[in-house]
Ligand binder design. Structure first.
Ligand SMILES: *Cc1c(COP(=O)(O)O)cnc(C)c1O
Length: 427
């Protein structure tokens, strides 16, 4: 499979190069040259297939022959190694829980898949690849865990000192081996800026790549979730409406890819916090990125969602076509907390702030009688313990995955400026 740049100024390239380089030389995001729907027979009989078989069918064409089928199956087995249950919350609403992986946020799937692809592509190469990633919290842990022990791949994670939760910090600073954490004296935007500067620095001769959802190997496996939900729900014979708590819009964009592959999904709702660039665009057709604002659903604090350009491409840049299949609404922290309370009162379900924003999106969309709404629970409530325990009369039990890291010792290198990162990379 070949990929082209959405800036249209770089040559087409292979899946391998798209994964290894992350972004095209013209700074555009890579996009697959073709999308071929899966057979109707497969979709109709999806319940007869295992999650591994479904994932293989969904992603095979996007990898092409650059990874042998047997190897790809192995990678999928390592990636899809936990459950993705749909849990009923109301009569006509369920939540797709994506947090049963090792770091308890949905990014585990994309991070592991990308790590395994990169490891495969780099196996005969003497030069190591360095993965640079800036995190506001969840990405760092998922990337550290996903890439741990990957041969020929070094990972450098930059995180803002004092701005991530204790659990998140432990997840990204305690693994060792090929994972290094840089604790940056600054905010997330400073970390992001340092990463961008490194990519443009000619003195750094190493192969650098990024592990956020601009990378096709992190973005595409997120399609699996929507297939797994359909497998559990198709017997109800209802029209499915998915609400996806969105920040960089990678997850929802993968859902739209699944729809292009033939999955019967009626409508998508992209639910955001007050970082409302996309909801505003749908209203007036003007795309105005702005600096991000801090919220209680902080994994979605993004003022310029990088994957939105891919969503526009999926609708041939036709705003009216986009609006017929896709809505986007923004919600405040107060509304989010109220909704966490309402969900808990009505059903006993503990939603994290991101999931609650997703629920609000379904409410705002308004479900018809023949529709079933699914909101994605993108993180376990324990990852946002302060907010959850402040808002709800509950104490969240600490799951095994989290207990494992809580007592480990943090190891991080302090970084105050880009020079510190550069010195580290030049060592
Ligand atoms: C990353 C993240 C999101 C946003 O996903 P995008 O693909 O960036 O839209 C939502 N919730 C949680 C918990 C996350 O970690």
């Amino acid at each position: 499979m070949n990929y082209y740049s959405l800036h249209h100024k770089s040559p087409k390239t292979t899946f391998k190069n798209a994964v290894v380089n992350g972004i095209a030389p013209d700074r555009g995001l890579y996009f697959p040259e073709s999308i071929t729907p899966l057979s109707k027979n497969f979709i109709d009989n999806i319940a007869n297939y295992s999650n591994h078989e479904i994932a293989f069918e969904a992603i095979k064409q996007f990898v092409g022959n650059e990874i042998p089928d047997e190897k790809l199956k192995e990678i999928i087995a390592e990636t899809v190694s936990f459950d993705f249950p749909v849990v009923p919350v109301d009569n006509n609403i369920g939540t797709l829980e994506l947090f049963h992986g090792p770091t308890m946020a949905f990014k585990d799937v994309g991070a592991k898949f990308m790590a395994k692809c990169l490891e495969y592509f780099n196996q005969d190469n003497d030069d190591e690849v360095t993965v640079l990633v800036a995190t506001s919290g969840d990405t760092g842990g998922a990337v550290a865990n996903g890439f741990l022990g990957a041969k020929g791949v070094n990972v450098v994670i930059l995180y803002p000192s004092g701005k991530v939760s204790d659990i998140q910090e432990k997840q990204l600073t305690t693994l060792g081996q090929n994972i290094t954490a840089l604790e940056v004296d600054g905010v997330f935007d400073d970390c992001q800026e340092m990463v961008k500067t490194a990519f443009l620095d000619d003195e750094i001769q190493k192969t650098l790549t990024s592990a956020n959802s601009i990378n096709v190997a992190r973005w595409l496996p997120q399609m699996f979730y929507f297939f797994f939900a359909y497998k559990q729900l198709h017997k109800q014979h209802k029209d499915l409406v998915f609400s996806v708590p969105s920040g960089n819009f990678g997850n929802i964009c993968a859902g739209i890819m699944a729809q292009k592959l033939g999955l019967p999904i009626k409508h998508f709702v992209a639910s955001t916090n007050v970082n409302d660039t996309v909801p505003n665009y749908l209203v007036d057709g003007i795309y105005k990125p702005k600096p991000s604002k801090a919220t209680i659903s902080n994994a979605m604090d993004v003022g310029n969602p990088s994957n939105f350009i891919r969503i526009q491409q999926l609708f041939n840049n036709d705003l009216n076509a986009l609006k017929s299949a896709f809505s986007s609404y923004s919600f405040s922290d107060d509304e989010t907390r109220e909704t966490m309370k309402e969900i808990y009162k009505n059903s006993g379900y503990i939603a994290d702030p991101h999931g609650a924003v997703g629920y609000l999106g379904l409410q705002k969309h308004g479900l018809q009688e023949h529709e079933y709404g699914i909101f994605l629970e993108t993180a376990h409530p324990v990852k946002f313990l302060d907010v959850v325990e402040e808002t709800l009369p509950v104490q969240v039990a600490i799951p095994e995955q989290i207990k494992k890291v809580i007592d480990k010792e943090k190891v991080a290198i302090k970084a105050a400026s880009y020079e510190d990162l550069k010195n580290y990379l030049l060592q």
